[in-house]
Design a protein. Structure first.
Length: 610
């Protein structure tokens, strides 16, 4: 047992730089605790008397008030610790700690731990660093990058092996020296990569041998497992248990063969769903299938495409590999696009400028016009192409152009006769939100519950229609138990949605931050005798603009950067000026790029160099 505890201890950051004698002394003082999902590590209002080093798995920490209501809930995973601060208090704490995944913990008595930190200076320094990281993450609400140390790739076929090879090459270019366990011989012949064939060679390595090698590699870099999905189920489950992030690599042609294997492992531990990511390898112009059976077993997916983009597609699809790199580095960049009617067309220029300057978006959340532009962009359509489409599709026909305020009447006509749906279907067809190249979240409001509703799955066109559904101009859209209208009523710039979905760097775009002091050509200094009457549509749109400007602070608060294109000179129905609006959004974003890159450099200097 001491050898097992010793090998596990070597996988934890607290072991870095310790001598063999120190490692064995510390390991002898520990007890190996194996937890299944739902097992309690600590119950509320009991004293914490032990310290737990988390070797692998994940713990859910919940702080409750005197009435048992949850105040804070957060997670701690491999490489972290639990109890270091609470044990020092020496009194009952209103906090519970429960295993979320199958977990392995090394437990030692608090007083014995103090003795060991006094005896071994390096151990004390390491443990204090781990505790400091825990505190820092709590202060920053877990938004600091948490780079996974153990990562697994399971390949349904050899087609996807090239993605791993390309990823490792990219890491080497950034100065990393990753270690790789694989089931193929001579598969990683890249200078700077340390590779061992642990399965399928002259002999299969024992778990103890793998632990020893992984501990050595982890001192300097990340460790990867690169296996076929047909690997022995016990070894596969053991690998999945220990890794913080697992990619299940499939193609649209072979994904069905993975369902049974994934389901068998998920039944072993439902919490594993959160650490599994489907990696789709797509041909140019190919879409990831709905694949509901597989998606329900994974917490997320990433689409990687090779070759050149199809007609009218931008680089969004081709940037899937960069989003994979972000995941491996613990980075997730989100962009929150606010509502603002035609002024929201500035979002197209913002997205274009970010892409052209190497800021690849990992997730988008949008409200109203932000939902429409964001969803179409997330579908892979080129920004410039979308600008031309909006100009043409939303240009009033001659019969409306002859009317006074014809653009306003045309907007009412589009809403009342349901003309937005066929317009959007031309581009999105029957795509579901989960099939989009970039994860997308649309925000709408349910008038029955009075709460915001975030759509992350389902028909992509429906997600947009619900979010842009302006009250009065159109009736609420009824869904089972819901009556849905424009999301701007509650959350006009949903940066908070992105944070709740795991983004640790958020760019918010507001097209309603600046509002001109003019309405229906009336200004603050207009005398009463010259005041003009506003139309009903003007009043509705202006009311929503005033409301949006005042509620922006609700969702935008956690944003790291806020981009505010000055589009005050444009009517809220000026969709035919989409090209001008997009140009303003692009220029405003270019001016913000230096600040964005500086902040990203602080998160990951190798991925975002100066």
């Amino acid at each position: 047992m001491i050898d097992e505890r010793l090998n596990l201890l070597k996988l934890h950051p607290c072991s870095r730089g310790l001598s063999g004698e120190a490692l064995r002394d510390i390991a002898e003082a520990t007890e190996l605790i194996r937890c299944q999902p739902g097992d309690y590590v600590h119950r509320s209002d009991e004293s914490v008397t032990s310290i737990f080093l988390i070797i692998h798995g994940r713990l859910r920490i919940t702080l409750v008030d005197v009435n048992g209501h949850v105040i804070i809930q957060r997670y701690q995973s491999a490489g972290d610790q639990f109890g270091g601060i609470s044990a020092a208090l020496g009194e009952p704490v209103p906090m519970e700690c429960v295993a979320e995944d199958p977990s392995a913990l090394l437990k030692f008595d608090y007083k014995r731990g103090l003795e060991l930190t006094k005896k071994y200076d390096v151990f004390r320094i390491n443990f204090m660093k781990v505790m400091a990281e825990s505190v820092k993450r709590a202060i920053f609400n877990d938004r600091l990058p948490a780079k996974p140390q153990l990562i697994a790739f399971f390949h349904q076929s050899d087609q996807t092996r090239g993605v791993t090879h390309k990823l490792l090459l990219r890491l080497v270019e950034m100065g990393e020296t990753p270690g790789v366990f694989t089931d193929q011989s001579n598969s990683m012949s890249i200078e700077g990569i340390r590779c061992c064939q642990t399965l399928g060679g002259d002999r299969d390595w024992s778990p103890e041998e793998v632990h020893r090698q992984a501990a050595q590699w982890l001192e300097s870099s990340q460790v990867f497992c690169d296996f076929a999905t047909g690997v022995d189920p016990v070894r596969a489950a053991s690998t999945l248990e220990k890794c913080q992030l697992t990619f299940w690599c499939v193609t649209p042609q072979n994904w069905q063969a993975s369902v049974q294997r994934c389901r068998a492992m998920e039944s072993r531990a439902p919490g594993w769903r959160d650490k599994i990511c489907i990696l789709w390898l797509l041909d140019p112009g190919e879409e990831a299938p709905v694949a509901s059976d597989l998606r329900e077993l994974a917490g997320r997916d990433v689409k990687v495409s090779s070759g050149s983009s199809a007609a009218n597609q931008g680089n969004v699809v081709l940037n899937g590999f960069e989003r994979l790199v972000h995941l491996v580095r613990g980075i997730k960049i989100g962009v929150a696009l606010g509502g603002g009617a035609a002024r929201g067309m500035a979002h197209l220029g913002v997205l274009k400028a970010l892409e052209q300057n190497g800021i690849m978006v990992d997730m988008i959340a949008g409200t109203s016009a932000g939902a429409m532009t964001g969803t179409l962009y997330a579908a892979g359509l080129d920004s410039d192409y979308l600008v031309r489409c909006f100009v043409n599709d939303l240009r009033p026909p001659w019969s409306f152009r002859w009317l006074p305020r014809g653009d306003q009447w045309y907007l009412l006509y589009k809403y009342r006769l349901g003309r937005f749906e066929p317009m959007l279907r031309k581009y999105l067809k029957d795509l579901r939100i989960e099939q989009l190249s970039v994860p997308m979240h649309t925000v709408t409001v349910d008038l029955i519950s009075g709460e915001a509703v975030v759509r992350s799955t389902g028909d992509a066109v429906h997600g947009v229609l619900e979010s842009i559904n302006l009250p009065v101009l159109s009736k609420p859209i009824n869904r089972p138990g819901q009556a849905l209208v424009d999301g701007g009523l509650i959350n006009n710039i949903p940066a908070d949605v992105l944070v709740s979905k795991g983004c640790n760097f958020v760019i918010a775009v507001s097209v309603t931050a600046k509002m001109e002091n003019e309405f229906a050509r009336n200004r603050p200094d207009t005398p009463i005798s010259r005041m003009r009457s506003a139309s009903t549509i003007q009043t509705i749109l202006r009311s929503f603009l005033v409301q949006s400007t005042n509620v922006n602070a609700i969702g935008i608060q956690p944003a790291d950067v806020v981009i505010e294109p000055d589009v005050t000179g444009f009517d809220l129905t000026a969709f035919t000026r989409t090209d001008e609006l997009a140009a303003i959004g692009e220029q405003t974003t270019k001016e913000a790029i230096p600040k964005i890159r500086t902040l990203l450099n602080r998160l990951d200097g190798e991925l975002f160099p100066d």
